[in-house]
Design a protein around this ligand. Structure first.
Ligand SMILES: [Zn+2]
Length: 543
């Protein structure tokens, strides 16, 4: 059987490989058979190739979201969005309305509330009980590192005054010692998430993942890196694999390693990841390595900093050196790609120490480890990352000025002047991969590119820019979100650039990000999304 062939002409092509001037390309089967001038493209195509005139539109490699949570993203699309609920009354109004609209729903779920919206930054279960008392309410904080619950949810979770805080987590309590309604860090990942997974069905997870794929494709995303994969997420992804072995977009997964009671239990999780890396390994779905969450976030003072926060407190890392070194060394020895969440400057230093230790233990080998977020990384750690060849995985959306006020207040000193310093990492020579960390932030790539290029707010563009010295040329931002994001997952031979021989994963936009006004990125439409040569999204139905 001869593969299908399509000739696309009349395009402005951003190849992301440093070449310019391409205007046409040929897709044969799932790959690009040619990218360049129109005459050659037409000559190379066979007589029965389909011809598509793109009307002068802009074509670029499909976006790879270098850090995301696919099932959670789909679930969050169905939760009440609270990001623009400015005060407690508005949060209560929306939750009461949601409960009334779905009287038979087992629980009421919300997301993306900001600490500034709650008096004194101190949410309580009673504030939610006032509006919904008959069933559990779970409200994910915007950064997903804490959950605000009502009394019925605490009961569902089995959390009482006698429940100890889990390793690396906190169950907030009132003066009398009763749980007050806020759960932080591993109290979320080790108590809330497993409980909600247990209570939700495969059907619900399948629907959530399908919604994620649909939203990604409609916004130009053709690949994503799942950064907290567990058994439930993997099973959901495997159920989504079609008869031909494909998924709607390409997924690389990192297996989340949980802090456990003994080092042996932690090493067993690494072993499980190593087995999966061998058994789950296709062009559409593969397990590449592990994920370790070393610390929390600045907004709740749970990120591990070298110096205390403005309130004089500091946070211990979730993984200190003693626990982390053997896990990182074992994963490195097993050829697993290691990704470490490290937001605080102390956490990123610990991550680098653990990697250096593993490199000494295991000797030279081909590696591509990565560190996630790096919101407050020091100049010294940036140099270490570059010299060790560690990928910096960062999310412009997290620096949106609309979510910066509390972030800045918590640090409260000169450290805020070096927040989210992406260009310092690429200038030092570290690979820089952009993503969104959806659903902790909006998933759409073009607004993410707007923030990268302007440091302004995609949520409220009238706000002043956040450290505009760190804005970058839009072409650089696009490369970090395509070619470098594919590189971060080890897919650079097939994905992330538009050149002959690469997989045909591309997106056609209704505007040209390189020449448009930056603000146009916030409204620019996606015309067509093609993955592996197949049209997966088109503005108008195509036959
Ligand atoms: Zn994440």
């Amino acid at each position: 059987m001869t593969p299908t062939e399509t000739v696309y002409t009349n395009a402005e092509i951003f190849t992301a490989d440093g070449t310019h001037g391409a205007e046409a390309f040929v897709v044969r089967g799932d790959r690009l058979a040619y990218v360049g001038d129109r005459g050659t493209a037409q000559r190379l195509a066979s007589g029965d190739a389909t011809a598509v005139d793109l009307g002068g539109r802009f074509v670029m490699p499909g976006f790879t979201d270098a850090h995301s949570h696919l099932v959670m993203m789909g679930e969050s699309l169905r939760k009440v969005d609270l990001i623009d609920a400015g005060d407690l009354a508005e949060i209560q109004r929306r939750m009461r309305a949601a409960a009334e609209q779905a009287p038979h729903a087992a629980r009421v779920l919300g997301r993306s509330w900001l600490p500034d919206a709650v008096p004194g930054g101190n949410p309580t279960r009673q504030m939610l009980d006032e509006v919904v008392a008959d069933r559990p309410v779970y409200l994910d904080a915007n950064d997903l590192h804490s959950v605000w619950v009502n009394t019925a949810a605490l009961e569902e979770l089995g959390i009482t005054r006698d429940t100890p805080d889990p390793h690396g987590g906190l169950i907030a309590r009132d003066e009398s010692g009763e749980p007050s309604g806020m759960l932080y860090e591993t109290a979320v990942t080790a108590i809330v998430w497993p409980k909600l997974v247990e209570l939700s069905s495969d059907t619900e997870r399948d629907a959530a993942l399908a919604a994620t794929f649909e939203h990604y494709l409609a916004s130009g995303v053709t690949g994503a890196i799942e950064m907290a994969c567990g058994e439930a997420e993997l099973a959901t992804l495997q159920r989504a694999v079609a008869d031909d072995g494909s998924l709607p977009i390409r997924v690389t997964a990192h297996w989340l390693i949980h802090r456990s009671d003994t080092p042996e239990q932690e090493l067993r999780q690494v072993q499980r990841a190593a087995e999966l890396a061998t058994s789950v390994c296709t062009p559409w779905l593969r397990v590449a390595g592990i994920k370790l969450i070393l610390d929390g976030v600045i907004d709740t003072c749970t990120a591990a900093m070298k110096e205390p926060y403005a309130n004089g407190e500091n946070a211990d890392p979730i993984w200190g050196r003693e626990a982390l070194f053997p896990v990182v060394a074992a994963a490195d020895a097993a050829d697993l790609q290691i990704a470490m969440h490290a937001i605080g400057d102390e956490a990123s230093a610990i991550a680098l120490d653990a990697l250096e230790h593993a490199f000494r233990e295991n000797g030279p080998r081909v590696r591509r480890h990565r560190m996630e977020h790096l919101e407050t990384i020091t100049v010294e750690s940036i140099q270490r990352m570059a010299s060790l060849g560690i990928v910096a995985s960062m999310q412009p959306v997290h620096s949106d000025p609309a979510v910066q006020e509390n972030w800045r207040a918590k640090l409260g000193d000169h450290r805020v002047d070096r927040g989210f310093p992406w260009p310092e990492l690429s200038a030092a020579g570290a690979a820089l991969a952009f993503g969104t960390d959806a659903p902790t932030a909006p998933y759409a790539p073009l607004p993410n590119m707007f923030i990268a290029a302007t440091r302004r707010s995609a949520l409220n563009p009238s706000l002043p820019a956040n450290l505009p010295k760190y804005a970058m040329p839009i072409a650089d931002a696009l490369r970090h979100a395509t070619a470098d994001a594919a590189w971060s997952a080890g897919c650079e031979r097939d994905l992330g650039r538009l050149s002959t021989g690469m997989l045909a994963d591309f997106v056609v936009l209704d505007g040209n990000p390189l020449t448009a006004e930056a603000d146009d990125l916030l409204t620019m439409g996606v015309h067509l999304t093609v993955v592996g040569g197949q049209t997966r999204y088109a503005v108008e139905p195509r036959d």
